[in-house]
Each structure stands twice: as C-alpha cells, then as structure tokens.
Design a binder for this molecule. Structure first.
Ligand code: NAP
Ligand code: F7E
Length: 349
C-alpha cells in the first residue's frame, strides 16, 4: 500500500485529493491545523474511526510554520508521495498579511523540503504552484512564460517554485511543480469570486440577500473544475522524471462573463444585484490568465473536461441545494462522473 502525506488536507483541493488517493488504495496522512472550531467540514465524510480495522486516513496536527514538527511527521510516516497544498491562498488577503503569507506560502515549503532532505527518504514531492506567478505576463502562459508576480502571494509562490527546482537539481530529490490555473467547485472557499457569486445567487433565490458587492470585473481567468485538477496532481507524481506542468482549460472569460453565465442560468439579471465596493479591488491586478497546457496534454494525457459555463452551473446548483432552493439541475447532471456525485458538498449527496 502506497503512503501519501497531504498538507492543506482541509482545503478545497486537499479534500478532493484525499478522495482520489483513497479510491486508488493509498494510505493517506493529512496535516491539519489545530483550530478553536472544527475546520474539517470538507473531509468529515471521509473520517475513519481509528479503532476500526483497515483504516486508511490518518490526520496529524501540524503547521507549515513548525519545521521540527514536519521533520518528525515525515520521518515517522515515511511517505512515498508528498503533496504540499497548504498555503495562505487568498491573493487579496496577502496584501494585508505579506509577512505571514511569505512565511507559510513561501518558506513553509522550504521547511518541508529540508525535512525531506534530512530524512534520508526519497518521497516524490508535489508543490502547488500557481498561475498567479505569471502575473502581468500576457496570455497565453506556459512553462516557459516569465514570472511577473503581482502580489505577496504570487511572490511567495515564485520563491517556492524556485526552491522546488533547487532541491530537484541540487539535492537530487524528486520534486515537481504543478502550475495550476484557477479551479473551483462547490467546496471553494466562500471569499473567492466564483463561490461568492454562486452563493449570492442561492441566497437571492432564497430571499436572504438582494445585493452583491464586488471589485474588478474586467480581469480574465482560466477557470476549471477542481476534482479534475487533483487528478493532474497525481499524474504529475507518476511520471518517471520530476518536472513542471501547466494545468488549465485553455479558455478564459472575465469575472463579468462568469457572473452573467451564473445569473442567467438561475434566471436572474445581474444588473439588478451587482454593486461595486472599492475594498474588493487590489493594489495590483493580474489582468489576464489563459493556460497553454500543451505539455500536460501531451505528456500527462490530462485534459480539462469541464469549461467555465458548466462549472457555473455545477456551483449554482450545489449552492441552491445547500439552501434547499429548487434549481435547474443541469449542473448536477454534468458533474456526475462514473455515477459518482463528486460535485456536491459533503453531507448533501
Ligand atoms: P484552500 O482551500 O485555501 O486550502 C488551503 C489549505 O492550507 C487549508 O487546508 C488550510 O488549512 C491550509 N493551511 C493554511 N495555512 C496553513 C499553515 N500555516 N499550516 C498548515 N496548513 C495551512 O486552497 P486550495 O484552493 O485548496 O488550494 C490548494 C493549494 O493550491 C494552495 O497552496 C493554493 O495556493 C494552490 N493553488 C490553488 C489554486 C486554485 O485555484 N484553487 C490555483 C493554483 C494554486 P485550514 O483549513 O485550517 O485553513
Ligand atoms: O479573484 C476579482 C479579483 O480571489 C479572481 C486563488 O485560488 O486563483 C485564486 O486567486 C478575480 C480577481 O481568485 C471580487 O480582483 C472581483 O481578478 O477568486 P479570486 P485569484 O485572485 O485569481 C489563483 C490561481 C491562486 O493560486 C489563488 O490561490 O476576481 N474580483 N471582485 C474579486 N475577487 C474576490 N475574491 N472577491 C471579490 O469580491
């Protein structure tokens, strides 16, 4: 049985990745932060009582700030694969917390790499790099596009990306970067723009909200569907040699377009509800992200199946389900794969 260690296991991607790894027969170890409230909602449906037989999911308290804790964890678990998904991942928040974001999103990965290097083990390591690293570089972006980061978050990710290469080339470790473009789902954090929009639609339909305050609607993003992207992460670590891979759909739309697609699917006119709030604008913006994922298509055999329009339908349906609002249901049909309803929030299947 192969063992995987996943940091950021309570996040959007972590929850889908654990589902994938368990389905492939892995023993999965997840790093979780101690919090004063429960922070495991996205993985509660996967919880296994340690007193039962054949347990395959183990959760360990820890933090990317704690180098010795990670060294101890890696030495005791002895993973075959490590997926580093933990991060302060919100771009807007990174302007308010630049030191913390650099420490966790950037240096946190170096702590993990040092722990691996000192352990004498040879796990394969995946780093959650980001299309934000391309920043102001014009689209389309691929593995050769220069990085022009526009935020503390993006600068921290660029640093971590280069540390991955240092440990790969200098220490001979197997370390790969997945440079993932935006990917969303019903499990997306509520303050990212897509989820903010689809939750607002459900709340408007439920009579709980009648305005939605947003910032810049002109930026363009290459939005894909998160469950497909964790498959790409796994495929990246199955390659014989480590490397860097761009993952995205190859199609982009503006925030405004995504709003229009989502609202019209729900039979609403966005003009009646959308308001501007200066607080949601950023000191610097990333104007346009569009993936050229040719390398991944050719080498990994990975392609995105869900485009932004279907993504909007999936997320609107799921948020309406959460509030018990009747919905068109087209998104749900689209989200089913092999009979598995992985589109939805755990507990609402
Ligand atoms: P997310 O939902 O924000 O999850 C982030 C995870 O990191 C959570 O489990 C969080 O724990 C954990 N975390 C935060 N600070 C930590 C710390 N100091 N120590 C340990 N764990 C910590 O992010 P996501 O969307 O799943 O993204 C996963 C990774 O991919 C992130 O590194 C993100 O930057 C990167 N990425 C995301 C996208 C995207 O579009 N989603 C695109 C490119 C790259 P809590 O639950 O306790 O907060
Ligand atoms: O913003 C604009 C905002 O916060 C998208 C993270 O997963 O993807 C994500 O970063 C766009 C930006 O995602 C609001 O200015 C307008 O242009 O959903 P977002 P992001 O910044 O692209 C990358 C790839 C990551 O790696 C990150 O971890 O939408 N926008 N009005 C708004 N954005 C938010 N959040 N809230 C608004 O009210």
């Amino acid at each position: 049985m192969r063992k995987a260690l996943v940091t950021g296991v309570t996040g959007q991607d972590g929850s889908y990745l654990v589902e994938l790894l368990l389905s492939k027969g892995y023993e999965v170890h997840g790093l979780i932060r101690r919090a004063s409230t429960f922070n495991t909602a996205r993985i509660d449906h996967l919880f296994q009582d340690l007193h039962e037989k054949d347990v395959a999911l183990f959760l360990h308290h820890g933090d990317l700030a704690d180098a010795s804790g990670m060294a101890e964890l890696i030495s005791s678990v002895k993973p075959d694969e490590i997926y580093n998904l933990a991060a302060q991942s919100h771009v807007r928040v990174s302007y308010e917390t630049p030191v913390y974001t650099s420490d966790i999103t950037g240096l946190g990965f170096t702590r993990l790499l040092e722990a691996v290097a000192k352990s004498g083990l040879q796990p394969r390591v995946y780093q959650a790099s980001s299309s934000e690293m391309f920043g102001a570089s014009p689209p389309p972006q691929n593995e050769s596009t220069p990085f022009m980061p526009q935020s503390p978050y993006a600068a921290a990710k660029v640093y971590a990306y280069h540390m991955a290469r240092q440990y790969r080339e200098g220490h001979g470790l197997y370390v790969s970067n997945g440079i993932l473009f935006n990917h969303e789902s019903p499990r997306r954090g509520e303050t990212f723009v897509t989820r903010k929009v689809t939750m607002a639609i459900a709340r408007i339909k439920a009579g709980l909200q009648n305005e939605l305050f947003l910032g810049n609607l002109d930026s363009r993003r290459d939005w894909g569907y998160a469950p497909e992207y964790v498959t790409a992460m796994w495929k990246i670590l199955q390659q014989d040699q480590p490397g860097d891979y761009v993952i995205g759909t190859g199609s982009s739309v503006s925030v405004k377009d995504f709003i229009e697609e989502s609202f019209s699917y729900a039979g609403l006119d966005p003009a009646e509800y959308i308001r501007t709030d200066e607080r949601y604008f950023r000191p610097l913006e990333v104007p346009s992200l569009l993936a050229d994922a040719s390398k991944s298509i050719n080498q990994l055999g990975w392609t995105a199946e869900t485009d932004h329009a279907h993504l909007a339908q999936i997320m609107v349906d799921a948020d309406m389900d959460l509030l018990g609002v009747e919905n068109p249901g087209v998104g749900k049909e689209w989200a089913y794969r092999n009979g598995e309803p992985f589109y939805t929030w755990p507990g609402k299947v």
